[in-house]
Write a protein that binds this ligand. Structure first.
Ligand code: 5GP
Length: 231
């Protein structure tokens, strides 16, 4: 199959008939790919978590690219053109937000903050405002409004879903794509690579920050997220 895109941790193949296959590989990266390791089994864990969450969102009125989970580590998806805008939603201040602004680490953000970033490793995914996104020709103002609304909807569904599993949904990053018909749908993945999850009881970090910050037990916590997501 023809490779459409070889990303840092996923490979996208053309499956014909307006469909694509996404393969979740076992690499884990941080710092725009500067730090990289392979963790056997990580691809299938993220694929399974993501399949469950995207199906859940579809069932709650969020249009996504997801069609079918092919065990252990592949998705069949609707082929879309990814909009190079990262949509970040934050329920709790941490990470790059507290490095850039005087928020107290761990403080609740109510209402949540939605940020846009330019998906571009060479420029380290800089924050975008509407005018910059338009001037760069990334998407329209209406597209940004739609993506913001969808991100808030995703948050409403996932915040409750994770709370029921004793996990605090701290923040997450979404990507959207344009279908052949021009519709914008939620694309990419939703996993411990793209979200921050904290255990509600212990405060344990259960996401990629364990790798970013050399905290160890990365796969153990990804597996625990999978266990709770599938419960
Ligand atoms: P921060 O801006 O605090 O580094 O990240 C906010 C949230 O978005 C975190 O859940 C983080 O995992 C996610 N995020 C931001 N940028 C990226 C990115 O380029 N790749 C991935 N996988 N996640 C990102």
């Amino acid at each position: 199959m023809k490779i459409l895109n070889q990303g840092k941790v996923k490979t996208v193949y053309d499956a014909g008939d307006g469909r694509a296959i996404i393969e979740f590989r076992d690499e884990i990266t941080a710092g725009d790919g500067a730090k990289k390791e392979t963790k056997e089994g990580k691809g299938s864990i993220n694929a399974e978590i993501s399949a469950r969450l995207l199906s859940l969102l579809e069932g709650n009125g969020v249009a996504t690219h997801f069609q079918e989970f092919q065990r252990p580590n592949k998705f069949i998806v609707e082929k879309v053109e990814i909009i190079p805008v990262e949509v970040i939603l934050r329920n709790i201040a941490t990470g790059s937000l507290v490095r850039r602004y005087p928020f107290e680490d761990g403080s609740e953000l109510s209402p949540p903050i939605v940020e846009f970033g330019y998906k571009n490793d060479d420029y380290h995914d800089p924050m975008l405002n509407d005018d910059i996104a338009l001037a760069l020709g990334l998407c329209s103002r209406e597209d940004l409004t739609l993506m913001r609304g969808e991100a808030l909807k995703v948050n409403e569904v996932l915040k409750v879903f994770f709370a029921e599993r004793n996990i605090i949904l701290v923040d997450f990053k979404l990507e959207f794509g344009r279908t052949r018909k021009g519709e914008i749908v939620l694309a990419d993945e939703i996993s411990p690579d793209t979200c921050r999850f904290w255990d509600k009881e212990t405060g344990d970090v259960m996401d990629k920050d364990r790798f970013r910050r050399d905290m160890g037990s990365v796969l153990e916590f990804y597996s625990e997220v999978r266990r709770r997501v599938l419960s």
